[in-house]
Design a protein around this ligand. Structure first.
Ligand SMILES: Cc1cc2nc3c(=O)[nH]c(=O)nc-3n(C[C@H](O)[C@H](O)[C@H](O)COP(=O)(O)OP(=O)(O)OC[C@H]3O[C@@H](n4cnc5c(N)ncnc54)[C@H](O)[C@@H]3O)c2cc1C
Length: 109
């Protein structure tokens, strides 16, 4: 077997797909291969981390991601005694800085 491409990407997961997008925008030819015949049926990435948002900004689609998603909802824990406690999964008083422009993760089902 032979093929003519600059880069062979093995695996269409988060890393492989992101690399494919980056190579495509730079005009570098690639072939992306994936051993699975179907997409993963569950969720392995609905929580988009702040650093990932920076990468999505660089790739040019962070605004569409942000528009489609939203902040993490509060977590409500129900206790055996009938009481419950509502808390935030992320700290409430975290603000964007130049070093970390996306302070909180995005939830995008
Ligand atoms: C239940 C769960 C929930 C998660 N939730 C989040 C979340 O909310 N937010 C978040 O940021 N991260 C989350 N993660 C982690 C995130 O999914 C991983 O960090 C991410 O998928 C890793 O990407 P990857 O490309 O390195 O590997 P993978 O996504 O595992 O992709 C690797 C791909 O390579 C393929 N492959 C392997 N070997 C070969 C081969 N020899 N030939 C061809 N193809 C091959 C595999 O089939 C696979 O598709 C979650 C993980 C799990 C398990």
């Amino acid at each position: 077997m032979s093929f003519d491409t600059d880069v062979l990407i093995s695996g269409a997961g988060a890393a492989g797909l992101t690399l494919a997008i980056d190579l495509a925008r730079r005009g570098v030819s690639f072939r992306l291969i994936e051993q699975n015949t179907q997409p993963f049926s569950g969720s392995r990435g609905k929580g988009v981390q702040p650093r990932t948002m920076e990468i999505f900004e660089d790739l040019g689609f962070v605004d569409r991601m942000a528009a489609a998603g939203g902040p993490y909802p509060p977590l409500c824990q129900y206790r055996p005694d009938g009481t419950h406690k509502v808390s935030l999964l992320t700290e409430a008083d975290v603000f964007a800085t130049s070093a970390e422009p996306y302070a909180a993760p995005l939830l995008l089902p």
